[in-house]
Design a protein around this ligand. Structure first.
Ligand code: ADP
Length: 386
């Protein structure tokens, strides 16, 4: 191969986030090198410089990052000690291991946020049923590591509900975190990008709708959000990014309580589902700003391009009625302004296989168009709607 014209960035994990990083990487002429968990996974379909291997194996990580300027991630599951070993060998690990551990371990995250004075749900590490009883029902139990999309989260209302969480934690050799069950009005997300030089860009705070722990819909900006609360949410995200020395995108998932407060739910240190709207709705997408931050380039503007942007995920339905590519003629003809992003994944029940974005001045119109398109691809609408 000819010598790369720009520094190469290694990306660990071949999911849709890595796939979507490839788009701005191509535009900016930044070569990516991928470590994929299996052949043909989402990002492996679009990043040609790739290797298949196990991200839990240090030698594999060393091999794939050789000659790269920086390494970043599609997911948060690379063992902290491997990240430290790569950093010690001189590689720019972004985000670095001491920052990333707060997105990997909910116990570590809660302790740190308490130290920073960031508002969180009441919480405690619990090691027994007696501990949960002392904490009080109802509660939410979470495994401290390894959870995603609602896996590893249990709402418990009585002692009998707790066994599953403790069994899962024991099997995975992790701890159990108890949190108060927050009576929230809605979920918000504050996304910032931060570069190693300390430059930061804060995106408008968005509202997200989760079903069964999976993000379904995002509205940017969050409708009717009190201005002071929006500013507070952005400040919280910037404070966390700075205090933890985050490099790249940080997503802070928040609860807006019914009495007008915000509480931090969790952190993600990579492009996030609640930031997919930025691909079509912001001057610079979260994927581009993540890459810029990873390479310590000046960040792009996070300003919105339209009054409203709506993102709706395309999830596999219960049947195999879904139509992805086959859904294009109707979806594209019905709405020439629709923006479609598919991940190259097969439809499976509950699986995120893509998303659509709409933008404009009328929120109801944006919602209708995005929901219709997502339902159409999912296969929930019959031919009568054509
Ligand atoms: P994951 O790591 O799977 O994303 P989260 O901690 O974000 O797990 O929890 C998944 C979902 O469960 C949240 O989006 C929220 O809807 C609900 N949830 C989590 N923690 C609480 C809580 N303390 N009170 C109420 N609901 C919660």
């Amino acid at each position: 191969m000819t010598k790369p014209l720009a520094p190469t960035v290694a990306v660990i994990g071949g999911g849709q986030l890595a796939r979507m990083m490839a788009e701005p990487a191509a535009a900016l002429g930044i070569p990516l090198r991928l470590l994929a968990e299996a052949e043909g996974v989402s990002a492996a379909q679009v990043i040609c410089d790739q290797q298949v291997g196990d991200y839990r194996d240090l030698d594999t990580l060393r091999q794939v990052t050789e000659g790269c300027t920086a390494v970043t991630f599609d997911h948060e599951h690379v063992p902290t000690e491997h990240l430290k070993a790569l950093a010690n060998a001189g590689l720019a690990v972004r985000p670095g291991p001491s920052a990333l551990v707060h997105a990997q371990d909910k116990g570590v995250m809660r302790a740190k946020l308490a130290e920073l004075g960031v508002p969180c749900p009441r919480n405690a590490i619990v090691t027994s049923l007696a501990d949960v009883e002392a904490f009080g029902f109802p509660a939410v139990l979470k495994t401290t590591r390894g959870g995603y999309d609602g896996k590893g989260v249990w709402v418990v209302r009585e002692p009998a509900d707790c066994a599953e969480a403790f069994a899962a934690a024991e099997a995975a050799a992790v701890e159990v975190l108890a949190e108060e069950l927050v009576d929230f009005r809605r979920e918000l997300s504050a996304l910032v990008a931060r570069s190693p030089s300390g430059q930061a860009a804060a995106y408008p705070v968005v509202a997200s709708t989760q079903l069964d722990g999976i993000c379904h819909e995002v509205i940017a900006p969050a409708p009717d959000l009190d201005r002071d609360l929006a500013v507070q949410a952005q400040e919280v995200a910037l404070t966390i990014a700075g205090a933890l020395d985050v490099t790249g995108v940080l997503a802070v998932e928040l609860f807006e309580t019914n009495d007008g407060r915000i509480l931090v739910n969790e952190l993600a240190m990579r492009p996030h589902n609640t930031g997919h709207w930025t691909q079509d709705g912001a001057v610079t997408s979260q994927f581009e700003n993540h890459l810029r931050a990873v390479l310590d380039l000046p960040l792009g503007s996070p300003a919105p391009r339209a009054t409203w942007t709506v993102m709706v995920n395309i999830l596999g339905g219960d049947t195999d009625a879904g139509r992805l590519y086959d859904g294009y003629p109707h979806a594209m003809a019905r709405d020439p302004q629709l923006r479609v992003h598919l991940y190259g994944k097969e439809m499976r029940p509950g699986r995120k296989v893509g998303h659509v974005n709409t933008y404009g001045d009328d929120l109801d119109d944006c919602l209708e168009r995005a929901r219709h398109a997502a339902a159409w691809f999912r296969g929930d609408l019959g031919n009568e709607s054509e």
